[in-house]
Design a protein around this ligand. Structure first.
Ligand code: ZN
Length: 246
């Protein structure tokens, strides 16, 4: 078969791209994509959040992170090397809309993108000697129902920036517990105690693992993950959550 010349190919791809862009424009005209934060129509280069909302994300400053206010939540409970979050989580604000989109409305790609931003934010000062990221697992029934684990997608985004693997075969959630929303600190702990087990064929002795979750409130879910892991010899555990309730 006769091979097409380079010029011909370039023209074909230019026309193809032009057609794709016009189809996108038309689709956007009838079914505009809206910003999760403010509800305004997104331009074609924006995804999920408009640039204004992206700039207004309530990112926790490095100076605040250095105060270790997240790590302090685990004092007297479990040993944690480092604990970092990216955003402040507040009800009825953009951070809640973003986290709900990731968790309840299929926004796994948004979770991945924010995970990447989180990874870029922390890689200079934190998690220098880390072996892997371990997302908080969902119960298999919940995973089937939702179709994805939001914490895993956040971890995948972070992993790309931190250049470490994501291990999903370390922990398993054996109990399908009710949602933690509307529970106080004691009820939250009672709700998650003993629901995670080690399920690991890997040699994780002496490893430094980072548990990744979407939102941290009292830290009880993370604590329930740390307890079975802390039975492993010489293991080091850190924590990264996309958002934290201040
Ligand atoms: Zn917006």
């Amino acid at each position: 078969m006769k091979k097409c010349s380079n010029t011909c190919c370039t023209r074909f791809y230019n026309v193809k791209n032009w057609l794709i862009e016009r189809c996108d424009d038309l689709l956007n005209l009838f079914y505009p994509r809206l910003c999760i934060g403010c509800g305004e129509i997104l331009n074609k280069h924006e995804q999920d959040l408009c640039l204004t909302c992206l700039m207004q994300l309530p990112v926790i400053s490095e100076s605040k992170l250095i105060e270790n206010f997240i790590e302090e939540r685990f004092y007297g409970r479990v040993n944690i090397e480092e604990a970092i979050s990216y955003l402040y989580y507040e009800k009825e604000t953009m951070s809640q809309h973003v986290l709900h989109e990731i968790k309840y409305h299929g926004g796994k790609e948004l979770g991945y993108r924010l995970g990447k931003m989180f990874g870029e934010h922390v890689r200079r000062a934190w998690f220098q000697q880390v072996d892997a990221l371990v997302p908080v697992p969902l119960h298999p029934n919940k995973l089937k129902q939702r179709g994805y684990n939001q914490s895993e997608w956040i971890a995948k985004g972070m992993a790309e920036e931190l250049n470490v693997p994501v291990w999903t075969d370390i922990l398993e959630r054996s109990v399908e517990n009710p949602t933690q929303t509307k529970k106080n600190a004691i009820e939250r702990w009672e709700n998650v105690r003993g629901i995670f087990q080690l399920n690991c064929n890997r040699d994780i002795e002496g490893r430094h693992l980072v548990i990744v979750d979407d939102v941290m409130t009292t830290g009880s879910t993370i604590e329930a993950c740390v307890l079975p892991l802390s039975t492993v010899k010489d293991i080091k555990i850190s924590v990264a959550t996309l958002a934290v309730v201040d």
